[in-house]
Design a protein around this ligand. Structure first.
Ligand code: ZN
Length: 414
């Protein structure tokens, strides 16, 4: 294990850059509002490209506006090790979600350079387009397109709330950043490493500065429609009613019972509940509600999701139901070899680490099927994220970059 590149991580430079980047789209309350493919994001990219140029990194982009800063090993066509995250934010975002992973990657590359290393495999610091999905839904658009998980034409046609298509927003950003060469969207990669703030409190609770992410929990979403019969609240006898709301309420409780586990690993949410006609003196004839179901293990997610329709039917009473599954993403395990490389790097540097699961989605979700992929987390205070109060400790930021540097040194350096 190389100690030199970790020692070459410049903690002050990383911290300064985190706060310099946060000025692009800065909110008055200390947060960041930097929508995907906005002018603010173009400014942030220009800043990143400038920092990369100081280190001799070549900027590239692609048909979805993903930004790559390449540390070359001679052959410009050779597949690269990708390291990074995203720089778009939620409208009420903080300074570190996404930005930390991109800047820690840049710092790690510069640390390898400072340690006198050369890349055996090219390294590209990457900022994926529209991870957050707050301007163009759904999120992780750039990484999903890169990995071939979504159709490019379908992505380009998506529109934001103002009616602006991705294709037009991309064209506007290209005009702001005119001289960046474009490469094919779907390219092979040798690996992907993503550092990110945890967005939860497991690390903070344990007092551990570094999480080696085991994988991502899976998620299934459903829409349940309950159909009854409208009736007069004053005249219709209770016995003959087909009350869609009462049936839906029974379903909510039955589903809660189905999904309650002693370990508290199942995430079950009914976030939307629409009642019709939604009038005070009419027995409701129609209810539609959403189900968001998540679990880190495929077998459990499959079993619970597959039981949703029968659980609802059991308590539907005189009402009819229709259950539609809207999306299904199975849980993922990150690459065992990369996870142990990260853990060993941390151990060799005397940095305490622990395995943690990722409850949130990240760009790594889409890279995992196409190349060895792993993530590391650093703590964020109180688990607060997507909020101006998002906060991290400088020492944790440094530790994450040091582990990235030591791991990269082992995996890609000559
Ligand atoms: Zn993020």
């Amino acid at each position: 294990m190389h100690a030199a590149p970790a020692a070459a991580v410049d903690a002050d430079r990383l911290w300064q850059r985190l706060h310099a980047l946060a000025r692009h789209g800065a909110r008055e309350d200390g947060g960041v509002d930097r929508p995907a493919l906005s002018a603010e994001e173009a400014d942030a990219k220009r800043t990143l490209i400038g920092w990369g140029a100081e280190a001799g990194l070549l900027p590239f982009t692609d048909a979805l506006g993903n930004l790559f800063l390449r540390w070359d090993a001679g052959d410009i066509a050779a597949p690269a090790a990708l390291v990074g995250s995203h720089i778009d934010s939620q409208p009420t975002g903080g300074k570190y979600d996404g930005a930390y992973g991109v800047l820690a990657a840049l710092e790690a590359v510069q640390a390898l350079q400072a340690a006198g290393m050369r890349p055996r495999i090219p390294v590209e610091v990457v900022a994926w387009t529209n991870e957050e999905g707050s301007r163009f839904a759904p999120g992780m658009m750039g990484s999903a397109g890169f990995a071939g998980a979504r159709d490019t034409a379908e992505i380009l046609a998506r529109r934001d709330a103002a009616g602006i298509a991705v294709a037009d927003a991309l064209a506007a950003q290209r005009a702001l950043l005119p001289d960046i060469p474009e490469r094919p969207l779907r390219r092979p990669a040798t690996l992907f490493l993503e550092a990110h703030i945890e967005q939860a409190t497991v690390l903070e609770t344990h007092g551990i500065p570094l999480g080696i992410v085991t994988g991502m929990q899976g998620k299934r979403t459903f829409r349940v429609e309950v159909t009854g019969e409208a009736a007069h609240a004053g005249t219709a006898p209770r016995a003959g009613r087909r009350d869609a709301l009462l049936a839906a309420a029974r379903m909510a409780l039955a589903l809660e019972a189905l999904t309650t586990d002693a370990e508290d690993l199942v995430r079950f949410t009914i976030g939307r509940f629409d009642v019709a006609p939604n009038a005070p003196s009419v027995v409701p004839d129609r209810v539609a509600f959403s189900i968001d179901l998540r679990h880190p293990e495929a077998a459990m997610l499959t079993r619970l999701g597959d039981a949703v329709a029968a659980t609802c039917a059991e308590v539907a009473g005189p009402c009819e139901i229709a259950v539609a599954e809207l999306s299904a993403a199975m849980p993922q395990r990150f690459h065992a070899g990369l996870r142990s490389a990260l853990a060993q790097a941390a151990t060799s540097l005397g940095i305490a680490s622990m395995p943690v699961a990722s409850a949130a989605g990240h760009d790594a979700r889409f890279l995992e099927p196409i190349c060895p992929t792993a993530m590391l987390f650093i703590p964020c205070r109180g688990g607060i994220t997507h909020h101006p109060a998002e906060s991290i400790e400088p020492a944790h930021a440094t530790a994450g970059a040091q582990v990235l540097a030591a791991t990269l040194a082992q995996l890609v350096a000559a």
